[in-house]
Design a protein around this ligand. Sequence first.
Ligand code: XMP
Length: 533
Amino acid sequence: MERIIILDFGSQVTQVIGRRVRELNVYCEIHPFNKFPFEDGRIIPSDVKGIILSGSPFSVRDEKSPSVILSHYAGKVPILGICYGAQLIAQNYGGSVEASDTREYGRAALTVANIDEPIFKDVPKTSQVWMSHGDSITELPRSAELIASTASVCNAAYKIAEKKIYAFQFHPEVFHTQYGGTMLRNFVKGICGCKGDWTTESFIESTVESLREKLGTDEVILGLSGGVDSSVAAVLLNKAIGSRLHCIFVDNGLLRKNEFEEVLLQYQDMGLNVTGVRAADRFLDALRGISDPEGKRKAIGKTFIDVFEAEAQKITGAKWLAQGTIYPDVIESSSVKGPSATIKSHHNVGGLPEKMNLKIVEPLRSLFKDEVRRTGLALGIKRQLISRHPFPGPGLGIRVLGEVTKEKLDILKEADHIFISNLRTYMTDLPAASNGLSYAEGSSQIPLYDAIWQAGTILLPVRSVGVMGDERTYEYTIALRAVISNDGMTADWVHIPYEFLAKVSNQIINKVKGVNRVCYDISSKPPATIEWE
Ligand code: XMP
């Protein structure tokens, strides 16, 4: 086992560094700068092959800026400082960092001083890089050697050979740095000497082995949501401990049309020991009279815990609760910025672990979303399940705006079904959304569904006048929503072809009783959100 440690100083793109390193089949971990994972930081385990210092929104000149004691690591393993990381190193070793009048943001042409420099192996003499910084390194430490410059930034890259330190003022991890991937490869594989044998297959093999060791002959409970994370976690655990994994899949009545039945069948086909619990009426009862979005979320969350707990109690002797927590959840909750405000409600089974005295097992804790998807595919899970759009825990409960009734839910399910099935069959040459799937070489068209990060329909709580045949109607409006995003934090509406919108609008108005108008939501996030509630 070999790993790279990334120390996070709060940059927006720290996770991207992690993804790039993992793409080289090298395992890496992201830790907040102030929580270095080894006791006092002086003894570095032999599997740690290198350290990367991330960028940051702070200035090294601020009194309270985040910092590390570099002398604990320098010279022991190679270090790469990126942007803020590069400035921190410069300041630490006697260089100067000063404020510039203008923040430098955007593309720049990097010229390498010596093309034989190992960190620039296979990088041309001049190439495009991405800059994003306010401060500049105006003077390098005396022990440093300048290795690259741009027209406006002299000290764009330097090294301190005796300490095995490299530092870039630009961001090699972002797409706009043309040879950024090559530079990171040179650092991780060339300078740190990583072999790069961390693959999906090796992850599955070692995880199954360690799960067997950890769980022994214990019984484990897991809540399935129909989503990617819980499904992959279940299949992985099933591979390790078979039917001692007890899966519970709750039908809250807020899933898509036919989804509960279809997904339950798929789970059974995959050989999972799964109990489907039909509890739609309990959720509808709990939602009666509530129109406030947060009130609805609470009612749905509480009912879920009650139903799940009652079912879990039936599994006698269970010692563990398995969860589909993934790496971004872990980093967010321990990041420089403090605990994340977003809690996935299907992961959140309240006080159940304490109440039932269950220990927690999270087999996907170290994976990014695209790695979870690749693991799922390698485990034989169907592409259709793996490529599913994100779906909120409270489901259609927050897409029927205002009070949820059975009548409104049924209307929404029909309209949603028409929208989503058309997305799956309509082919487009729009680029694929970041869903971690690959397409056959030369296939220029993909299903529109795959070009979208998340799509859904919303039932608006207003009726409007229409005309059908000779009669006036007074019915509901359906809003269609389709966005591209990376992580749901920001999103852009998708430029769906008019022809497609026309077809879906026609089908919904003709086939779904109770709807006489369809709109397409053309708002981005921010300032709008993806969900309407
Ligand atoms: P917003 O609407 O905040 O959504 O732009 C961002 C992402 O989060 C999902 N979402 C939720 N997921 N429970 C969930 O599990 C919730 O209460 C919830 N609210 C929003 C949303 O679908 C989108 O992917």
